[in-house]
Design a binder for this molecule. Structure first.
Ligand SMILES: *[C@@H]1O[C@H](CO)[C@@H](O)[C@H](O)[C@H]1NC(C)=O
Ligand SMILES: *[C@@H]1O[C@H](CO)[C@@H](O)[C@H](O)[C@H]1NC(C)=O
Ligand SMILES: *[C@@H]1O[C@H](CO)[C@@H](O)[C@H](O)[C@H]1NC(C)=O
Ligand SMILES: *[C@@H]1O[C@H](CO)[C@@H](O)[C@H](O)[C@H]1NC(C)=O
Ligand SMILES: *[C@@H]1O[C@H](CO)[C@@H](O)[C@H](O)[C@H]1NC(C)=O
Ligand SMILES: *[C@@H]1O[C@H](CO)[C@@H](O)[C@H](O)[C@H]1NC(C)=O
Length: 409
């Protein structure tokens, strides 16, 4: 028999008890800070208990074992980077040059495989099977860890620099553009996919941060804006992102408000924002970062208002089935924890308390094989799946974000 997972200790009852003890005349902000401190103190024990268990490593090994395609390679690399080597993720305090932290070995191993499978046109992880999956932006999801090699594995500096430069060139100069100038998610047509916001734009921003190039930071922001302009629609719980618009045929390929699509958008926008904020150009780009965070908030607010009774987000809010999807859930919980850590004045306790319920539901439903469950099939978006690399990566992003919220980097 495989080990059964221990129940996770809830901290909500404790923190809510603490609320009623606070004097009424406290200002709202001070009040929130006090509750936040109580919530963090209580969450500390939960995180320590989690880190002492093998749950995180089970999520990770199930991800390593899964067969991957281009977007999955980059997403997996991003997940394990945040989990194993957070100081080299964009959430670290000085992530864009060698900061003396332990060499991010596993992310570099992922990066190496992505570079070995780079096609002649520059797309990383693309040379799989017939290399014809038609994605334009997916390969760029490995671009950041490849570029990271230039300063964490200097013996191969030129190798990493070449591979990442070719990926950047593909994204900026080869991939088709839509009528607004947005970089198409597809190589053979002009399409906006919410997924592309995670796949492509954090890499452009990261390249700008590592090479101190404000033009690239601005491009990353502009691309997020153009994708939002194209995909944002009115939903029953607020403005949210539809999944796919085809600008070649001027028709929706999937007008549904897909949970994972919104999660990809929020994950990507958040990474672009925090990347810009950590460069010396930040003070000249506060309008951009303010907007980016407002767009993250928009997604979290609309999605949290649609959450199912079991504290998992629905697969689709409109245009598809509403079964509970732990993949969307882990991804959006990670975004809430990260946003609350970065900007507690905007993302207050209502985000982390809700995210923590989601976090518990996701970890409670982890299977004995370490798989996140129940999840959407990553290829058939209206069906339940069994295993997906992206949901395992989202699981790692969630526990890393939760850990770093309690024990800031
Ligand atoms: C990097 O690219 C340059 C120019 O194409 C080439 O001369 C060099 O051999 C490449 N280096 C490596 C390590 O791939
Ligand atoms: C910044 O990046 C852009 C796009 O790759 C490039 O055209 C430009 O020359 C770069 N600027 C600097 C100062 O390196
Ligand atoms: C930033 O936003 C403010 C307020 O909307 C505006 O006045 C200002 O011109 C903007 N700055 C830039 C650089 O766009
Ligand atoms: C959290 O509270 C703020 C301020 O009242 C509100 O704007 C936001 O919609 C709330 N978000 C969530 C997810 O509860
Ligand atoms: C989910 O979908 C089912 C049928 O498709 C519907 O009966 C139910 O009301 C939906 N639940 C929510 C919370 O929208
Ligand atoms: C999560 O796990 C619990 C306990 O095993 C189960 O009752 C619940 O149905 C699961 N949630 C979903 C959405 O499957």
């Amino acid at each position: 028999m495989l080990r059964l997972l221990p129940a996770v200790v809830a901290f909500l009852s404790f923190t809510q008890g603490a609320v009623s003890l606070r004097p009424q005349h406290h200002t709202r902000a001070a009040h929130d800070l006090t509750i936040r401190a109580d919530a963090l103190a209580s969450a500390k024990a939960d995180v320590e208990s989690f880190l002492g268990s093998d749950k995180g490593d089970m999520i990770r090994s199930a991800m390593f074992s899964s067969i991957r395609t281009s977007w999955e390679q980059g997403t997996a690399a991003g997940g394990v980077l945040e989990y194993d080597n957070p100081e080299y993720s964009v959430f670290g305090s000085a992530p864009f040059s060698n900061n003396g932290a332990e060499t991010p070995l596993i992310p570099l191993q992922f990066a190496l495989s992505a570079a070995v499978r780079q096609t002649a046109d520059g797309r990383l992880s693309q040379n799989i099977g017939d290399a014809l999956d038609g994605a334009a932006l997916d390969g760029a999801s490995s671009g950041s860890v490849v570029l990271m090699g230039t300063f964490t594995d200097v013996d191969r500096k030129e190798y990493w620099a070449n591979a990442s430069a070719r990926e950047l060139d593909y994204v900026l100069n080869v991939a088709p553009r839509t009528s607004t100038g947005a970089i198409s998610h597809r190589a053979d047509s002009k399409q906006y996919w919410a997924d592309g916001v995670y796949m492509g734009f954090p890499f452009i921003a990261y390249y700008g941060a590592v090479t101190s190039n404000q033009t690239l930071l601005q491009i990353a922001y502009d691309q997020c804006r153009l994708y939002r302009d194209a995909l944002l629609i009115d939903g029953p719980t607020g403005k949210l992102w539809a999944h796919i618009y085809d600008d070649s045929t001027k028709t929706w390929s999937d007008e549904g408000i897909w949970g994972t699509g919104n999660a990809w958008a929020a994950l990507g926008i958040l990474r672009v924002a925090v990347t810009i904020e950590k460069t010396e150009h930040a003070q000249h780009m506060t309008n951009q970062t303010t907007e980016l965070y407002a767009w993250v908030k928009e997604i979290l607010d609309g999605e949290f208002a649609a959450i199912n009774d079991d504290n998992l987000f629905p697969d689709y809010i409109t245009g598809g089935p509403n079964f509970s999807d732990a993949a969307t859930s882990a991804a959006l919980a990670s975004v809430a924890f990260r946003a609350a850590t970065l900007h507690p004045e905007t993302f207050g306790l209502n985000y982390t308390l809700k995210a923590d319920k989601v976090r518990q539901a996701v970890l409670d439903n982890l299977t004995e094989l370490g798989t996140i469950s129940p999840i959407v099939d990553p290829l058939v978006w209206d069906q339940v799946g069994t295993l997906s690399t992206e949901s395992q990566a989202f699981g790692l992003m969630m526990v890393a974000a939760w850990r770093d919220w309690v024990f800031p980097l």
